[in-house]
Design a protein around this ligand. Structure first.
Ligand SMILES: C[S@@+](CC[C@H](N)C(=O)[O-])C[C@H]1O[C@@H](n2cnc3c(N)ncnc32)[C@H](O)[C@@H]1O
Length: 247
């Protein structure tokens, strides 16, 4: 996953990071971190990481997909000349450490839904906890089970000048799992279209299970919001925003 699609990701998905960047400004005012160092876990093509670095954060972006990191590094190089503190590193979010603990860890845009077992979440929460300074803040969004089951369209088509894709999603209620196949068609320099297929899977977790796993990892849960606003999530909320602290 995120191999061929990585080159086409930003055109369709960039706007999410812009929305999340604005929202995070308010979240971080309400849940103040001790300082300005941050890890963006599953940073993808690095858009959010770069926006944060451009506003004065010292940022490390971590992702597992080589193609996504290649795009992130290309974008960071492209805007060379701008003073920013940003690095990228390839790692699995379930298994990584840092030498210097940081003030904030973020993980955005469904990335935790890509962890398909509770043990994966446990390992990730433990790694985040170890990477935070005391008082550090752990912020992540996650698609809700309601969204995966009732809202995610079974077929989505995106068409641009030189690229098109079809996403077909199937929901498996017994595991609260959405499997998705993405068939992309990318125009080549000679005008022909190259076809590629990627398979993705996202799992939904109940609120009570996330609470249990976060608490077991020693986090204090400061807030659970309906993502992009500051109200308690309704039962039909599409995306949660969790804010936790390492006390
Ligand atoms: C929907 S993208 C979100 C990317 C980015 N956070 C954004 O807002 O655009 C999900 C990202 O999670 C990454 N990812 C999935 N599983 C991962 C894992 N086990 N470790 C690290 N990254 C992972 C993928 O490579 C991909 O970049």
């Amino acid at each position: 996953m995120y191999t061929d699609y990585a080159r086409h990701y930003d055109e369709g998905q960039f706007h999410f990071s812009v929305l999340m960047y604005d929202y995070l400004q308010d979240v971080l005012k309400l849940h103040e971190p001790p300082g300005r160092s941050l890890i963006d876990l599953a940073c993808g093509t690095g858009t959010l990481a770069m926006m944060l670095a451009d506003s004065g954060w010292d940022v490390l972006g971590i992702d597992m997909a080589r193609g996504m990191l290649r795009e992130a590094q290309r974008k960071a190089r492209h805007s060379a000349g701008i003073e920013r503190s940003i690095r990228f590193r390839r790692a699995d979010m379930r298994d990584w450490t840092v030498a210097e603990p940081v003030d904030v860890v973020t993980c955005c845009y469904d990335s935790l839904n890509y962890l398909l077992e509770e043990a994966d979440l446990q390992a990730t929460f433990a790694a985040v906890w170890a990477a935070l300074k005391p008082g550090g803040v752990w912020i992540f969004d996650i698609n809700t089970p309601y969204f995966l089951e009732h809202v995610w369209q079974p077929v989505e088509v995106e068409e641009r000048d030189d690229y098109a894709h079809v996403m077909q999603t199937t929901f498996h209620p017994e595991r609260c799992l959405s499997t998705l196949s993405l068939t992309g068609f990318a125009r080549q320099p000679d005008g022909r279209y190259e076809r590629f297929v990627e398979h993705h899977a996202e799992r939904g977790y109940a609120e009570a299970d996330l609470r249990r796993l976060l608490t077991a990892a020693d986090f204090t849960i400061e807030a659970l919001y309906d993502c992009f606003i500051f109200t308690d999530p309704a039962p039909n909320c599409h995306r949660w925003l969790w804010v936790c602290r390492k006390i």
